[in-house]
Design a binder for this molecule. Structure first.
Ligand SMILES: *Cc1c(COP(=O)(O)O)cnc(C)c1O
Length: 394
C-alpha cells in the first residue's frame, strides 16, 4: 500500500468533492469594485466586503502611494523590533480617538487579532464562552487559549447567563461577532453587556462587519448600541472590510493594550503590516468621516433590496446590515442558484458547510456603497427568475 503524503491526503479531497463542498478560487483581473472581470468574464459582484467602496477611493490610493514612496513597501520587522513606523503610531492614535478609547493596537490580520487577544487574556483555569455562529477566528482563538471553551446558542443571552452562573473559572471571557458574518444580524450587545456585568465576565466584540457601517459616525456596533469601554472592554475590528485596506485593531484601556503588547504572541512574533497600509487606512478613516453619504447610500440600498425582495416574495433573514443572506438549504441547490446567477452576469458566492451549519447553505449577498440602485434591481430580477426556473428543494 502506498503511504506517500499525497495518497494519504487524497481521500479527504475526494470526499469533499462528493459532498459538494469542494471550493475553487477564481482569479480577479480588475480592482475590487462591483464591475469586475473574473477568469476573463465581466461580472457584477455582490460578494465583496468592501462595504463603503473605499478599497478604490482615490484619496486612499494616493495615501498608499505616497507612503510607499517614503517608507518603501515592507515594514522589515515586527512592531517590537523596529517595524513600528510613524504611520502605525498615528493610525493607532486616530483609531483610539475615533472609538473613544484610551489606546488601540494594530494587528496584521483580523484572524491573528482574535487568536492574539483571546490567548493573551485567558488560559488554563479560565473560561471562554462564544456564540455558536462566531467567526472561525474567534472560535479558533478560544481553542488555542487553553481556557475551558464553551459555545452557547446563537444570541441566546439566557443560556449564556446560566452557563456563566455555573462556571467557577477565575477569568471569564465572552466573545461574539458584533454583526454575524454569514447572517448579517446583530448580537444583542446591550443585553450581553448586562449579563456579563452581572457575572463579572469580560465582553469582547469582533466588529469586522459593523465598523465603518453602523452607528451615527460609523464607529460600529458599539456606537449603534450606545455602549462604552465599561460595557464592552475589548473591541476588535478589521480594516480589510468597510475600511477597504487590510489588517485589524483592538481598542480598549491602556492596561488592556499594554497586556497585548507584552503577552500576545500573534502580535509579538509577526512582521508589522506595511506602513503604506497604515497610511492608506488613515486616509480611509478620514473619508469615512468626511463622506457620510457612503453610509447613507449603503443603508438606502439595503432598504431597497429588502423591499424589492419582499415584493417578489423572497424569504429574507432579519438583517439590517450589508450582509443579506438568501438561505437555500442543501449544497447542491445553493451551487445551482449561484451558477445560474453567474450565467446571467452576477457573482454571488454560495456559502456551504463547514462555514455555515448543514442544511443552511446560502447565497451571501453583500451590498456596497459602490453599487447603484439599478444594479440591485437587476440582481433581484435575476434572482427571482433563477429561483422560478429551479425545481424547489425537497
Ligand atoms: C473577516 C473576519 C475576520 C478576519 O479578518 P482578516 O483581517 O480577514 O483576517 C475576523 N472576524 C470576522 C467576523 C470576520 O468577518
Amino acid at each position: 500500500m502506498s503511504t506517500t503524503p499525497d495518497s494519504i491526503l487524497l481521500p479527504a479531497l475526494q470526499q469533499r468533492r462528493a459532498e459538494q463542498r469542494y471550493r475553487h478560487r477564481r482569479t480577479l483581473q480588475t480592482a475590487q469594485t462591483p464591475l469586475q472581470r473574473l477568469d476573463g468574464q465581466q461580472r457584477i459582484a455582490f460578494c465583496s466586503n468592501d462595504y463603503l467602496g473605499l478599497a478604490n477611493h482615490p484619496e486612499v490610493i494616493a495615501a498608499f502611494q505616497q507612503a510607499a514612496a517614503i517608507y518603501g513597501v515592507g515594514s522589515g520587522a515586527s512592531h517590537l523590533v523596529n517595524g513600528h513606523s510613524a504611520e502605525h503610531q498615528a493610525l493607532e492614535e486616530e483609531l483610539a480617538a475615533f472609538c473613544g478609547r484610551q489606546r488601540a493596537l494594530l494587528f496584521s490580520t483580523g484572524y491573528m487579532a482574535n487568536m492574539g487577544v483571546i490567548s493573551a487574556l485567558v488560559g488554563r483555569g479560565d473560561a471562554v464562552l462564544e456564540d455558536r455562529l462566531n467567526h472561525a477566528s474567534l472560535l479558533d482563538g478560544g481553542l488555542l487559549s487553553g481556557a475551558r471553551f464553551q459555545r452557547f446558542a446563537h444570541n441566546d443571552v439566557e443560556q449564556l447567563s446560566s452557563r456563566l452562573a455555573r462556571t467557577d473559572a477565575q477569568r471569564k471571557l465572552v466573545a461574539v461577532d458584533g454583526v454575524f458574518s454569514m447572517d448579517g444580524d446583530l448580537a444583542p450587545l446591550d443585553q450581553l453587556a448586562t449579563c456579563c456585568q452581572a457575572h463579572q465576565a469580560w465582553l469582547m466584540v469582533d466588529d469586522a462587519h459593523g465598523f465603518g457601517c453602523l452607528g451615527e459616525r460609523g464607529a460600529g456596533v458599539v456606537e449603534h448600541f450606545g455602549l462604552g469601554v465599561n460595557e464592552v472592554p475589548v473591541l476588535m475590528a478589521t480594516l480589510g472590510k468597510a475600511m477597504g485596506t487590510a489588517g485589524a485593531f483592538v481598542a480598549g484601556s491602556e492596561t488592556l493594550i499594554e497586556t497585548l503588547i507584552q503577552f500576545s504572541r500573534p502580535y509579538i512574533y509577526t512582521t508589522a503590516m506595511p506602513p503604506a497600509v497604515a497610511a492608506a487606512t488613515r486616509a480611509s478613516l478620514k473619508v469615512l468621516q468626511a463622506e457620510p453619504w457612503r453610509r447613507q447610500h449603503l443603508n438606502a440600498l439595503i432598504k431597497h433590496f429588502r423591499e424589492g425582495a419582499s415584493r417578489y416574495g423572497l424569504a429574507l433573514e432579519p438583517s439590517m446590515t450589508a450582509i443579506q443572506p438568501v438561505i437555500l438549504g442543501d449544497e447542491a441547490r445553493a451551487l445551482a442558484v449561484s451558477a445560474a446567477l453567474e450565467a446571467r452576469g452576477f457573482l454571488v458566492i454560495a456559502i456551504r458547510p463547514p462555514t455555515v451549519p448543514a442544511g443552511s447553505s446560502r447565497l451571501r449577498i453583500t451590498l456596497s456603497a459602490a453599487h447603484t440602485v439599478e444594479q440591485v434591481d437587476a440582481l433581484l430580477a435575476a434572482l427571482v427568475e433563477v429561483l422560478q426556473e429551479l425545481p424547489p428543494s425537497e
